[in-house]
Write a protein that binds this ligand. Sequence first.
Ligand code: PGA
Length: 248
Amino acid sequence: MRKPIIAGNWKMYKTTAEARALVQGLKEKALPAGVEVVLCPPFTALTTVAELAKGTEIGLGAQNLFWAEEGAYTGEISPVMLKELGCTYVIIGHSERRQYFGETDDNVNKKAQAALEHGLKPIICVGESLEQREAGETASFVSGQVKKALEGLAPESIPQVVIAYEPIWAIGTGRSSSSADANQVIALIRQTIAKQFSSDLADQVRIQYGGSVKPENITEYMAQPEIDGALVGGASLKADAFFGILSY
Ligand code: PGA
């Protein structure tokens, strides 16, 4: 009953010219119907991707936002601005933002709240470090991140939320989590949401796996009952590889 969602997180890759070429490459292929496809280019390429994606099934997402509608916040982008460009999704709390840009659980919560208030669906990223995994802290750390990210959100907005479980040690490393391990953590995330809100709401939340997803391993993730899609970095930067993932 949950429609799978596969999103390409382009990170800080692709000029507008490169973005155009990538989207055109994807448009030449027949995208599968059973999966929601979302592209998350850098802010500078949102307009280009929006224009090219118009009339297709390709959805648009940003990689970050600031929670205020407008104001003296040099360098920031508001939810209103993203909506105007045609975004329906926004990635929030990616581990690279937590690591390099000081993003905290509190920021993530404020951003999720702001996104939902403006009709943007947040893709909230959570995931443990290698140290935490080895110390057996994955469950407590990840469920803590989820709880704090969703704190105070209106229950009726919860079905709009997407969670991306991305173990930090698997991002961009070629070292992906086993599908069974990912399924187990994702099941725990769903239980956390069930406790915080209700099991009916938790059952509606789509939870993706992310971290070195490629055409060669997507099938095993999608075969897992709790995994509702993928957040894809490196392999979303080439039309052939991303299409290979979409047609898992
Ligand atoms: P990766 O990145 O697919 O390159 O590992 C995933 C992500 O950071 O979202």
